[in-house]
Design a protein around this ligand. Structure first.
Ligand code: OXD
Ligand code: MN
Length: 596
């Protein structure tokens, strides 16, 4: 099949990949409906995909991965920069020459009896000055069908590249034997290259997502003056029709998709507030012509965790999955070929197939303490399905960002919300982000895992240099920089129960954040940053939460924060010489304020 581009850089690289993998057949993915329909039919006929109920879930497919292949594998993920110090202490590193030498024999002939699919795709709207092109070659139809949802895929993607540019990310994927001992997810940032082998699970194989849009893109952003962040993007429409955009970074499993699609409480919707989703996982940010920071969502769909998603927790996410969606590792209801997962509702199907493929009696299986869906089972849903998708979703210029929010899961330390004193302090606040393991739910204080800017597994270069880049961006943006905040929805009471209701009620905190950006509300200065006056958090219509509860949620325990500062100092030691002096300064300032 003829190439879809005249670009010699693409064609030369594709020829090399064909020579290496020796596929039986080669298919360029043009993105046409006919081609995708044929691939769906083929995958259904081989059992790779299962067709779901066409009336209840039109266009939806089911896929099951091997039980040893159900999540990202951080211990087998490498950043292969030429110099070890450029990968830094938070990444696995290997010399690129050594890694190519180790993996090349593994790819040699790996597609012998298989078809190689060549997928051109754009991260970001086609034609956007912020978008970038990738080409992924793979031997998996599952990858093609997922990339068709998650990216702008097909021949049009080459429009942004043109006939001569070399600026595309080369992604090579083979599921090979799905052998966990030989599984590698490798980024070569200086070569614009990703090699992934022996996995067939989402985050490891949809190379546009974590591998490109975060690991490679964060490195590109440092060199080109922009930022790739593990952040959702949402717009808050006020009753006067004005929309303010914010981004937010949380570690995995802290409710990013829920916040991105929140439905405001009734008191707000009645007054005319609305929330618009631009993205739920990744933001690419660049200063615009007016000097403000603009964001696009490089993705075109949502690869969300299914368990826990229901009409109450995330109505919009669930609605997004009702057509043209791929479900991976959830349970099947064999009576009507629909899907089920934990907390979807209280009625596990009686005639169920659990995620590994065994037919079981759902209620009995669950009562015995088993899970019908894998806890990391996923939906791959088109963004256009989302009822609250932003009208700006495809805007090539992106949306201007007023605030950036960091957060984690902390039982006691972090207050409901605080604002950094300035960008430098905000960079510090992001760098000390942390989550506690969910042992906290039983009342015991969990183990703290530091996850700076939620980028720990996704930063494609030395974290110290990454912080320096943040500080540099602050200088470029000057007084046009977004304001930086930290939130914590997860404070617990003496019984270990969450105090703040979360979900849609997080709108009340976003409301204060927007007011701060507009200079419309005062704040109280504390040792850790600016906090709301408790009465400035709207508690109208909340059950059992009063302004006193809010005051409690905003309390700053100096002793706990002194321990926190000691933990940060220990963490910072890892980064040695590369720790920007501005961040040590911020730590010293925090300590001084706490001892006052
Ligand atoms: C994700 C993650 O899958 O952050 O988005 O792990
Ligand atoms: Mn993520």
């Amino acid at each position: 099949m003829a190439s879809l581009t005249k670009n010699p850089n693409v064609n030369k690289w594709v020829d090399e990949m064909i020579a290496l993998c020796k596929p039986e057949k080669v298919m360029w993915i043009d993105g046409s409906k006919e081609q995708l329909d044929a691939l769906r039919a083929e995958a259904i006929s081989t059992g790779e995909m299962i067709k779901l109920n066409e009336e209840k879930l039109p266009g939806c497919l089911y896929h099951r991965t091997k039980p040893n292949d159900v999540a990202r594998v951080e211990d087998r993920t490498f950043i292969c920069s030429r110099k070890k110090e450029d990968a830094g202490p938070t990444n696995n590193w290997c010399d690129p020459k050594e890694m190519y030498a180790k993996l090349t024999p593994m790819y040699d002939g790996v597609m012998k009896n298989r078809t190689m699919y060549i997928i051109p795709y754009s991260m970001g709207p086609i034609g956007s000055p912020l978008a970038k092109v990738g080409v992924e070659v793979t031997d998996s139809i599952y990858v093609v069908l997922n990339m068709a949802i998650m990216t702008r895929m097909g021949a049009d993607a080459f429009k942004n590249l043109g006939d001569t540019s070399d600026d595309f990310v080369r992604g090579l994927h083979s599921k090979a034997d799905v052998d966990p001992e030989k599984r590698y997810i490798v980024q070569f940032p200086e070569d614009n290259t990703i090699w992934s082998i022996n996995s067939a699970y989402g985050g490891n194989v949809l190379l546009g997502k974590k591998c490109f849009a975060l690991r490679i893109a964060s490195y590109q952003g440092k060199n080109e003056g922009w930022m790739a962040e593990h952040m959702l993007i949402l717009g808050i429409e006020k009753p006067n029709g004005e929309i303010k955009y914010v981004t937010a970074a949380f570690p995995s499993a802290c409710g990013k998709t829920n916040l991105a699609m929140l439905i405001p409480p009734e008191g707000y919707t009645k007054r005319g507030y609305k929330v618009w989703t631009v993205g739920d996982d990744i933001a690419w940010l660049k200063p615009g012509p007016d000097g403000r920071l603009y964001a696009i969502n490089p993705e075109n769909g949502f690869f969300g965790v299914a368990p826990g998603t229901n009409e109450k927790s995330n109505f919009n996410a669930l609605a997004s999955t009702r057509k043209n969606t791929i479900f991976t590792n959830v349970a099947i209801n064999n009576d009507d070929m629909t899907v089920w997962w934990e907390k979807l509702d209280k009625n596990p199907p009686v005639n169920a197939t659990e995620w590994k493929g065994e037919k079981v009696n759902g209620p009995e299986y669950v009562a015995a303490g088993n899970k019908l869906a894998h806890p990391n089972s996923r939906f791959t849903a088109p963004a256009e399905n989302c009822p609250c998708i932003s009208p700006e979703f495809n805007n090539p210029q992106g949306v201007p960002i007023s605030a950036m929010i960091f957060g984690g899961r902390r039982a006691k330390t972090a207050p409901l919300v605080y604002q950094s004193f300035n960008w430098q302090h905000g960079t510090f606040v992001g760098s000390i982000m942390a989550s506690e393991t969910t042992a906290a739910a039983t009342g015991a204080v969990g183990v703290v895992r530091r996850d700076p800017m939620a980028m720990l597994p996704f930063c494609g270069y030395h974290m110290g240099d990454y912080w320096a880049h943040w500080l540099e961006m602050g200088k470029i943006l000057g007084d046009k920089a977004p304001k930086i905040f930290n939130v914590n929805w997860f404070r617990t009471d003496e019984n270990g129960d969450f105090i703040w209701p979360g979900y849609g009620d997080n709108m009340r905190v976003l409301d204060w954040i927007i007011e701060r950006c507009e200079g419309a509300v005062d704040a109280v200065e504390t040792p850790i940053g600016y906090e709301p006056k408790p009465e400035d958090i709207n508690v109208e219509g909340l059950d059992g939460i009063t302004t006193e509860t809010v005051a409690d949620l905003l309390s700053v325990d100096k002793d706990l924060w002194k321990e926190e500062a000691a933990g940060i100092e220990e963490f910072y030691k890892k980064f040695g010489e590369k720790l920007p002096k501005e961040l040590s300064e911020e730590l010293a300032n925090l300590k001084a304020r706490l001892s006052k």
